[in-house]
Design a protein around this ligand. Structure first.
Ligand code: KG4
Ligand code: ZN
Length: 365
């Protein structure tokens, strides 16, 4: 009798090549034995965004090494892997194809069944892996490529309450950094500058707060920052250090206000179903922002919901979440076969409209 299940997960949907090994024992307890990630940011730095062809080639080159490294760190071998899990979308098609092909090859070689996993399900199920929380919970996904509110009701049961209609917040942070001459990734640089600034110097919009839904928009805010910057440059012949900090502070305060208000609305909708242990969870790189975290925590408290922010290495793209999602979904669905294909625009909530177009991180969701 098998006493535990070992899953090898593979993720390559954007600019990180990742592999992880997870083991679930017969009591249902899951351990992350390894989680390896080869980032590509240096390859894309000079282009100001992810270049799909470069990403796909780098994934194809690194996947084997990444899998070997994950197995070695987990002190296990391919023969001991019971199941394979791979991101089959959404994301940049070249990267997703690389991962799916690699996983299919491993499946054929070892005979281990293969699960194609939705990348967003990986993010959305992470709080169960890190904090063992019960369904249903509210998830806010905020990264360079994602921005959406999801009520997570089960391993493959998601209700999308709303999301961005244009940019993802991390994408906006990165663009603002570029506008004011700060380095990439923009989020941490803008946050650092904002600490030295006054958020009340420049009047910036809080887009879509006049709409009662859970949708968000960041592109108008970005344009307002561009205009303010141009005015400063025209007046001073450059962007003084203090004005840069004030602009960053103003921008961040606007993002905080928008996220806090829309999260309140999403919480109100989620709480209507009387969840037994209400929880607001976050995932995505933007969740690393201190001001945003504090605001979300404050809102959760106000509504009597727990606030759960997984460790940042598991909030951002990783393969442990993909292996975990497969473990969660296994009981309810059979493995995929070799016809599994890449789905670059795979929506999580089957009842909602398809995704937005592409951003600098591929298909936005
Ligand atoms: O989840 P992630 O690592 O990758 C994807 O987008 O897939 O998120 C990266 C994004 C970048 O846009 C980065 O600027 C943003 O998260 N980010 C932050 C902070 N740290 C990272 N944004 C705001 N404040 C931060 N401290
Ligand atoms: Zn992601």
């Amino acid at each position: 009798m098998t006493v535990s299940t070992t899953v090898l997960g593979i993720e390559s949907s954007c600019d990180d090549t990742a592999a992880a090994v997870l083991r679930r024992d017969k009591t249902g307890k899951t351990e992350i034995l390894s989680s390896v990630l080869y980032g590509q940011s240096s390859l894309h730095a000079e282009f100001g965004g992810v270049v799909p062809e470069i990403a796909a080639r780098a994934h194809a080159e690194m996947l084997d090494h990444c899998v070997e490294e994950a197995l070695a760190q987990a002190n296990t071998s391919l023969e001991a892997v019971d199941f394979l899990a791979v991101t089959a979308g959404p994301g940049l098609i070249g990267g997703v194809v690389s991962g799916v092909m690699c996983a299919k090859g491993l499946s054929v070689a070892t005979g281990a069944p293969l699960y194609g996993v939705n990348h967003l399900a990986g993010h959305a199920l992470t709080p169960r892996m890190t904090d063992d929380i019960g369904y249903p919970y509210l998830m806010l996904l905020v990264s360079g490529g994602h921005c959406q509110f999801l009520v997570v009701r089960g391993p493959d049961d998601f209700d999308r309450l709303g999301g961005t209609i244009d940019d993802a917040p991390g994408e906006a942070f990165d663009k603002i950094a570029r506008l004011v001459g700060l380095q990439q990734p923009g989020g941490p640089a803008v946050e650092r500058a904002a600490r030295k600034g006054d958020a009340n110097i420049y009047t910036l919009p809080r887009p879509l707060l006049d709409r009662q839904d859970c949708d968000l928009s960041f592109s108008g805010l970005k344009t307002a920052v561009l205009r303010a910057r141009n005015n400063i440059v025209a007046e001073h012949g450059g962007l003084p250090e203090q004005a840069r900090s004030d602009l960053c502070a103003g921008f961040q305060a606007a993002v905080v206000d928008v996220l806090a208000e829309k999260t309140s609305r999403a919480l109100r909708i989620y709480l209507q179903s009387n969840p037994p242990q209400p929880a607001l969870c976050v995932a995505g790189g933007v969740a690393a922002n201190g001001a945003i975290r504090m605001a979300l925590e404050r809102v959760s408290k106000k509504f009597g919901a727990d606030f759960i922010a997984p460790p940042i290495a598991l909030c951002t793209d990783n393969a442990a979440m993909i292996a975990f999602a497969a473990l969660e979904q296994m009981a309810d669905r059979p493995p995929d076969d070799l016809t599994l294909s890449a789905r670059p625009r795979w929506p999580l909530d089957h009842t909602r409209p398809a995704m937005l177009g592409s951003g600098k991180k591929g298909a936005k969701a």
